[in-house]
Design a protein around this ligand. Structure first.
Ligand SMILES: *Cc1c(COP(=O)(O)O)cnc(C)c1O
Length: 388
């Protein structure tokens, strides 16, 4: 084992199973390890580096801001924070934004908004949040409670009370549960990411949205992974023409810097007042400057290119040898393989392509602007690794 790996194993908390790869640099969709070996990046640091490594426009925006002021706290105004909030609202029709630093923190805000809205409007006992089985909403104790996967819960009881789970794509079951509980909010991912890259049925999503409107239940769409152009729309809910009350996002928003956001619709924009919520790092000017440079470039033309790249991957892999199915939306793709996903990922890595897994699937989340020649090369490598 190398010195770095020994050092890391000795001093970094033992929560990650790392691959024996030491990344020292990167440019665009290519990462380089300590031996000088190059890898095509089909994971983007789990959907984070939206425009790859060291993207020139992003780098300029971030460095310029870094040279001016790197942090102020939320006691003062800074331009990138206000500009990013304006940009997000203008592009989505939402009214206000709360900034935090991660997906979990964005979801915590959404849960607080849903509960406070319901308690103000319907009564103190309206606190239940419904989420879907097989969902993933984060690692803090409350977002873990929201996560509809038992194996994440077992070791950390007691969890935050007030969360119940129902099967995806079964509207009648969800409706029955929502009417039986004192329901404050319903939270769901449009494409379940960690759960295996599974898109919800359009009919289910629309039925849930209509039901939330009818019952005045706060609809939270968790776009931590699906957001910011990842699925070929700015936010994945836009595929279905629904109007969520809260949209949470993080991962790809900052292009590689930590930032999370809860976007609040007109219905809930004033639910949180002074002192109700906060975050020391939230709205950090450097992270926000980076995010502005990402969101500004997610134009319709750019998103069409994301869709074209997505079709290319689907077309190449559907029906390929050793591929059972291909799922997902845009550049968020799950591949069910005959071989174990772990073996396919290892074979790809050997050949210089970094892929991810989600449950039993190989998961692809390449930079949104991955050049076509690199994408073609990665697809060929993945096909070869899957083939039986
Ligand atoms: C990654 C993820 C989270 C958690 O985000 P963190 O930044 O790791 O806290 C929440 N929801 C979804 C859908 C995610 O994919």
């Amino acid at each position: 084992m190398s010195n770095l790996q020994t050092l890391d194993k000795q001093y970094v908390a033992n929560t990650y199973a790392r691959f024996p790869v030491e990344i020292i640099s990167g440019k665009g969709s290519v990462l380089v390890d300590t031996d000088g070996k190059e890898y095509i990046d089909m994971g983007s640091g789990i959907a984070v580096t939206s425009f790859g490594q060291g993207d020139a426009i992003w780098l300029q925006a971030v460095s310029e801001q870094l040279g001016k002021v790197q942090h102020t706290s939320n006691l003062y105004y800074t331009e990138p924070c206000a500009k990013l909030a304006q940009l997000l609202c203008e592009k989505t029709g939402m009214k206000k934004v709360f900034f935090g630093n991660s997906g979990a923190e964005a979801n915590e805000c959404a849960i607080k908004v849903a509960r406070k809205y319901a308690q103000d409007k319907k009564g103190a006992d309206y606190s239940t949040i419904i989420t879907l089985e097989n969902s993933f909403h984060g690692r803090t104790l409350t977002t873990l409670s929201a996560t509809g996967q038992e194996h994440y819960h077992e070791l950390f009881n007691p969890l935050t009370p007030g969360f119940v789970h129902t099967p995806a794509n079964d509207f009648e079951a969800l409706k029955a549960l929502a009417l039986q509980e004192k329901t404050a909010g319903i939270m769901m991912e449009i494409v379940q990411g960690e759960g295996g890259v599974i898109a919800l049925d359009a009919d289910f999503v629309k039925a849930v949205a209509a039901f939330c409107k009818e019952q005045d239940i706060v609809l939270v769409i968790d776009e931590v992974q699906t957001g910011n152009g990842r699925t070929g729309e700015l936010y994945a809910y836009m595929h279905y023409g629904i109007e969520p009350d809260v949209v949470t996002t993080a991962k790809g928003l900052g292009g590689g810097l930590p930032i999370g956001a809860a976007l609040l619709s007109e219905k809930v924009e004033s639910v949180l007042g002074f002192g109700d919520h906060g975050s020391t790092f939230g709205g950090n000017p450097v992270c926000c400057a980076g995010a502005v440079s990402i969101i500004e470039r997610l134009t319709e033309d750019f998103l069409n290119e994301v869709k074209t790249k997505s079709e290319k991957i689907f077309t190449a892999l559907q029906g390929a040898s050793g591929v059972k199915s291909v799922s997902g939306l845009g550049l968020m793709i799950g591949i069910e393989t005959e071989k174990s996903a772990k073996d396919v990922v290892a074979a790809c890595m050997e050949q210089g392509v970094l892929c991810l897994t989600a449950k039993t699937k190989v998961r692809l989340l390449p930079p949104l602007n991955i050049p076509d020649d690199l994408l073609d090369k990665a697809i060929e490598t993945i096909k070869t690794a899957c083939a039986i």
